[in-house]
Design a protein around this ligand. Structure first.
Ligand code: IPD
Ligand code: CA
Ligand code: CA
Length: 242
C-alpha cells in the first residue's frame, strides 16, 4: 500500500477511487468549478467562483483497521470560505450537512433531516473534548504536551480518528469541542460549517493553509468558547505547531 506524508499516513485504493468518483460527478454537474482533493491535489483558492474541497476518506487508518468510524467530506467554498458542505458517516449511515444561514442537519435512511445544536455546557471542567494527531512525529510530541496540559482541566478527551466527524459531533452535541493542529482544508471544510451552523464557535486555518503550516482548528460549544480559547492561549495552543 502507498503512504503519503509519513510511513503511517496510508492511501488505499478506496481513497483514490472515491476521489475519482466525486471528481467525475462534479465534472458532470459543475464543469466550470475548481476542485481541491486530498489525493489528487488541484486548484488553489480561485479569486471568484466555487471551489469544491474533497476528503474521499477522512479516517483512513480506522478504515484500514476495520474501526467503523470514517467519513467522506465534500464542501463548496467561495473565496476560501465554506458555503455548503456535507460529511457522510459511512458506517453510521448518517449525513451531516449545512449551508450558510441554513442551520445544520443530520439525515439518516430517508428520515426527515434533524436540526443540530451544539451543547449548552458552560463549564470547561465538565466538557468532553475531541482531538486528533497528525502523522509527523515531532508534531505529535507537541500535540501530546498540549493534551497533557488539557486533561486535568476538562471532563475527558476522545481521539475518534476522523476530524470531519469530530466537527460534526460538536454540532450534534456528542462532544463539547474539537481542536487539532495541522489540519488541511479537506479535513475541516465541510465539518467546520456544520459545527458553526449548529451554533459552535469555530476557528479555521486560512483556506490555503495545509497541514505543514500547523495552524489550529477549533470548534467549541458557545458556553465554553471563551474559557477554552483562554486556556489554549495560556498553554500555547493557539499558535501553529511546526
Ligand atoms: C486524518 C483524520 C484524523 C486527524 C488527522 C487527519 P485522514 O485524516 O482526520 O482524525 O487526526 O490529522 O489527517 O488522513 O484519515 O484523511
Ligand atoms: Ca482527512
Ligand atoms: Ca483522507
Amino acid at each position: 500500500m502507498r503512504s503519503k506524508s509519513t510511513r503511517t499516513d496510508p492511501v488505499t485504493i478506496v481513497d483514490t477511487e472515491t476521489e475519482n468518483l466525486v471528481r467525475t460527478t462534479l465534472a458532470r454537474l459543475r464543469p466550470h468549478d475548481a476542485v481541491l482533493g486530498e489525493e489528487e491535489g488541484g486548484d488553489d483558492v480561485p479569486p471568484d467562483g466555487v471551489r469544491w474541497v474533497v476528503d474521499p476518506i477522512d479516517g483512513t487508518v480506522n478504515f484500514l483497521y476495520g474501526i467503523p468510524v470514517y467519513s467522506v467530506s465534500v464542501a463548496a467554498q467561495v473565496r476560501g470560505t465554506s458555503v455548503a458542505g456535507a460529511v457522510v458517516d459511512v458506517v453510521g449511515r448518517r449525513t451531516y450537512s449545512a449551508h450558510v444561514g441554513g442551520g445544520a442537519h443530520v439525515s439518516a435512511d430517508g428520515k426527515i433531516p434533524k436540526p443540530l445544536r451544539a451543547n449548552p455546557v458552560d463549564d470547561l471542567a465538565m466538557a468532553l473534548m475531541a482531538t486528533g494527531f497528525g502523522y509527523d512525529a515531532a508534531r505529535r510530541r507537541e500535540q501530546g504536551r498540549l493534551i497533557g496540559e488539557l486533561l486535568p482541566r476538562v471532563r475527558d478527551v476522545r481521539r475518534i480518528g476522523s476530524a470531519a466527524l469530530d466537527l460534526c459531533m460538536v454540532a450534534a452535541g456528542l462532544v463539547d469541542a474539537h481542536f487539532e493542529h495541522g489540519l488541511s482544508p479537506w479535513d475541516w471544510a465541510a465539518g467546520s460549517l456544520v459545527a458553526a451552523e449548529a451554533g459552535a464557535v469555530v476557528i479555521v486555518p486560512s483556506a490555503s493553509s495545509r497541514s505543514h503550516h500547523g495552524a489550529v482548528t477549533v470548534a467549541c460549544a458557545p458556553g465554553i468558547a471563551d474559557e477554552f480559547h483562554a486556556l489554549l492561549g495560556e498553554i500555547g495552543g493557539l499558535d501553529p505547531i511546526p
